[in-house]
Design a protein around this ligand. Structure first.
Ligand code: GLV
Ligand code: MN
Ligand code: MN
Length: 411
């Protein structure tokens, strides 16, 4: 039975993989036609499972399965449905579909719990389009910062315009926030995106805490020029400066235990092989389980960027795009999840998350817990991302047991 349900979840992950902005690979950023189409498909599945669906002001899909009594605080289960560029098919959708599968079991039995269950499908966890991260969960948690509305995508479209263009409602963003007492917890399932569960040979694990992360846009500006005529000693070339900064980030990360630094995107302007760039924009991502270590490295990198720019007669611009502190999971809710894992006969493993999740933001307003599902070789943000049906079946059972346990608690 859980085997069939796991197979159905995986088939739906395959279905969603077809919704993409780039044929041949999964690329589904915020506010795009492919994201809206994926959301429609998920809403259909929710309604078929007896849920009422609605879309909030920023585009989060919420499917609600009513409880026995009106107005009891709900349990939220969710994850995201946007993707990185050339993504795998499980990062995000797996958590949403596991939640729907949990509701399907209740609906098939005609069963109501003492509380409503809401499945939430967030539209922007990855921040691919605007470098924003967690747009949907910020709106739901009531922490959306209006300054984000001025962020622009690669085509110069502002987030403000993108929200309106995809059917959102700018004037209702504040009203998208959960009301006090509307929910009592948020649970998210996600592929691990790391190799730990595979190393300990376990299908699932309970997350202890989520690392903090800082996303930075570092820009160096010099002077564009002719690649064949400007002598090397006369150049004000920002590209070698960016290279120096990337190497500095790598070196700092290697010498700081637990620190991860990534230069995932670089853009030269105007961007031609025979033109010395006038400007280079570099996206840096810095993470650590402990905030002071991350903050120290971010400060050191900014200082380094300014020193490199001064030495090379360039201008440096340093912009923190997003900054999220490390977040512990709620001990009580995580213990309930751990009991559900143990009840399936699976040895309990607790592990931290290096990746970011919407749970980070939901933790600002609700107790959160997360279940990780083993992923093959720990590969993620890569089309080779894979999960085993047998592991998903265990996760399905964990969610069933979690709901049963919470129902008993709250009866
Ligand atoms: C999301 O996948 C992140 O951790 O950046
Ligand atoms: Mn991701
Ligand atoms: Mn994710």
């Amino acid at each position: 039975m859980t085997t069939d349900r796991a197979a159905s979840i995986l088939a739906r992950c395959d279905d969603l993989a077809a919704f993409t902005e780039e044929p041949g690979r999964i690329t589904r950023p915020y506010g795009t036609a492919s994201l809206l189409a994926a959301r429609d498909a998920i809403a259909e599945w929710m309604r078929a499972a007896g849920m009422c669906t609605r879309i909030d002001a920023i585009g989060t899909l919420r499917g609600r399965y009513e409880g026995e009594t009106a107005n009891a605080p709900a349990l939220l289960i969710g994850s995201h449905i946007d993707s990185v560029r050339d993504a795998g098919r499980y990062d995000g959708p797996l958590g949403v579909l596991l939640g729907i599968a949990a509701v399907e079991r209740l609906a098939a039995a005609g069963r109501r719990l003492p509380f409503p269950v809401e499945i939430v499908a967030f539209p922007d966890e990855e921040g691919l389009r605007f470098q924003t991260t967690y747009l949907g969960s910020c709106a739901l948690a009531g922490t959306f910062e209006p300054a984000l509305l001025d962020y622009v995508d690669a085509d110069g479209v502002t987030l403000r315009e993108a929200i309106a263009a995809c059917g959102g409602h700018l004037e209702a963003l504040a009203a998208a926030a959960l009301h006090p007492g509307e929910a009592f917890g948020y649970v998210e399932a996600h592929i691990e995106q790391g190799p730990h569960l595979e190393a300990v040979d376990l299908p699932v694990g309970v997350v202890t805490a989520i690392s903090g992360q800082t996303r930075i846009l570092a820009s160096f500006t010099g002077e564009a020029g002719h690649a064949g005529t400007v002598a090397m000693h006369l150049r004000r070339d920002p590209m070698p400066a960016a290279a120096e900064l990337i190497l500095a980030a790598e070196a700092l990360a290697r010498e700081t235990p637990g620190l991860l630094a990534t230069a995932g995107k670089i853009e030269a302007d105007p961007g031609a092989s025979n033109v010395i760039p006038g400007r280079v924009d570099l996206a840096l991502d810095v993470r650590h389980p402990e905030d002071p270590a991350r903050q120290r490295v971010v400060a050191a990198l900014e200082e380094r960027a300014r020193e490199i720019a001064a030495r090379r007669s360039l201008d440096a611009h340093w912009r923190i795009m997003r900054d999220h502190s490390a977040v512990p999971c709620d001990a009580t809710l995580a213990d309930r999840l751990a009991e559900a894992v143990a009840a399936t006969g699976t040895r309990l493993e607790r592990l931290p998350s290096g990746a970011g999740h919407d749970a980070v933001v939901m933790a600002t307003c609700l107790p959160i817990a997360m279940l990780f599902v083993r992923c093959a070789k720990g590969i993620s943000h890569n089309p080779a991302e894979a999960v085993a049906a047998a592991d998903v079946a265990v996760a399905v059972e964990v969610f069933d047991r979690l709901l049963d346990g919470l129902a008993a608690d709250r009866a």
